[in-house]
Design a protein around this ligand. Structure first.
Ligand code: ACO
Length: 376
């Protein structure tokens, strides 16, 4: 009938409308993502200049002016070390409850155990807890007991220590530092936006970052790097690259590690991480194969989607870095969360300081009550 027709016509038109694309939904002093130029700036520094900073130094950069007391890199390193020890006891106690859960769901559960009543500053505790939980979850899945943190280590070295049960070489700790720094913050991505929306209701920092993790979990956001390795494994051989990609695109499926909502050129983080993989031992053959897949994927995407520039995103080389560092692939999203916790906490602090509830509107495209329709 006519009412239905009007309804569906409206809905179809609405479906074509972008979902907050190009809408500015927050003002931030934290970072700039320039999608046209392929540039990422965090508080006045280009990503390329930050790549050899420690994770703690980047936390100091992001948190400056947002926390009640100013903290240096050394302060943050010390406080994170102490907070990791504090939260480890909780990880040990709660871990059995997570049996049978996917690693990211176990992470969501453990992060949810942090409450508004915690005495350690919440931004410190959230950042410290993430690697403790992620390492303990990965070990438990492998049938191993959790390894207690070492407060004298930096966050990255201790993360690898808690994962593998031995002190990592300096090159490996540095590689993980570069990864965590590279993904620390990235504008108003879906998980950061989710965290800011929750923070704007004054629900507190832990609720906000749990919300961030829930958004990160999806395969269109932080769930992609595990599937990137699945893709490389499924392709298997050089000879299979071209037909595998062609068949995947012909089925209308997406290639993991390609495309981005903001970047229309290559994601600047991809090359930083490609450089990081190159510093790790025994990775040459893996990189060469990944490069061949990447080149063919880009060629076929350009041919198939000439109107939509699709380039390599951060997840493609993330997969190789995390694989080389010995993280199980089903824990990659949790490792991403360890890095992005920096950005989530900074954005939550910034949002709390700004203080206004984020409350957009929706356009109603459903039917109106009979009487109102007749009247209107
Ligand atoms: N492979 C194949 N085709 C793709 C891909 C891809 N990776 N990405 C986008 N497309 C196509 C879509 O099918 C669509 O084609 P159509 O217009 O013919 O229907 C067109 O490009 C536009 O796609 P959208 O979905 O509108 O792009 P959007 O900006 O919403 O998506 C996203 C961005 C989600 C990252 C997408 O590129 C994707 O799914 N990539 C694969 C998953 C991935 O790598 N995610 C990690 C992103 S990085 C991060 O979050 C940290």
């Amino acid at each position: 009938d006519q009412a239905c027709e009007v309804h569906f016509t409206r809905q179809d038109r609405y479906r074509d409308r972008p979902r907050l694309e190009d809408v500015v939904a927050a003002e931030t002093g934290l970072g700039l993502v320039d999608g046209a130029a392929g540039r990422l700036v965090l508080r006045g520094y280009d990503l390329d200049d930050l790549a050899d900073w420690s994770f703690e130094a980047v936390l100091a950069l992001l948190w400056t002016g947002l926390t009640p007391t100013a903290m240096t890199e050394a302060d943050i390193r010390r406080e994170l070390g102490a907070a990791r020890g504090h939260v480890f006891l909780r990880a040990e106690r709660l871990l059995p409850v997570t049996d049978g859960l996917a690693p990211v769901e176990a992470m969501r559960f453990l992060l949810s155990s942090l409450t508004d009543a915690e005495r350690i500053p919440h931004h410190i505790l959230a950042v410290a807890a993430a690697p403790v939980f992620a390492a303990a979850i990965a070990r438990r899945a492998a049938g191993q007991s959790p390894v207690a943190p070492d407060a004298s280590l930096g966050q990255s070295a201790d993360f690898l220590h808690m994962l593998h049960g031995e002190l990592p070489g300096e090159d490996r700790a540095r590689a993980l530092d570069s990864y965590l720094v590279t993904v620390a913050d990235h504008g108003l991505n879906a998980s950061t936006f989710a965290a800011r929306v929750i923070a704007s209701t004054r629900a507190g920092l832990f609720s906000s970052v749990v919300g961030g993790l829930c958004a990160l979990k999806g395969p269109l956001h932080g769930g992609a790097p595990g599937p990137v390795l699945d893709m490389l494994d499924a392709i298997g051989t050089e000879a299979n690259i071209r037909p595998w990609i062609a068949a995947t695109l012909a089925r209308g499926e997406r290639l993991m590690g390609f495309g981005h909502r903001i970047y229309r050129v290559r994601d600047p983080r991809a090359d930083v991480l490609k450089g990081v993989v190159g510093t790790l031992r025994d990775s040459a053959a893996r990189i060469a194969f990944a490069e061949a897949v990447e080149a063919e994927a880009l060629a076929q995407l350009a041919e198939k989607k000439p109107l939509r520039p699709l380039e390599t995103n951060v997840e493609f080389y993330t997969a190789l870095v995390l694989e080389a560092l010995g993280f199980p692939r089903d824990s990659f999203t949790n490792v991403f969360a360890v890095g992005r916790m920096a950005g989530w906490t900074a954005h939550v602090l910034e949002q709390e300081a700004q203080g206004r509830l984020i409350r957009p509107q929706s356009r109603y495209v459903g039917p109106m009550p009979e009487r109102a329709t007749a009247a209107g």
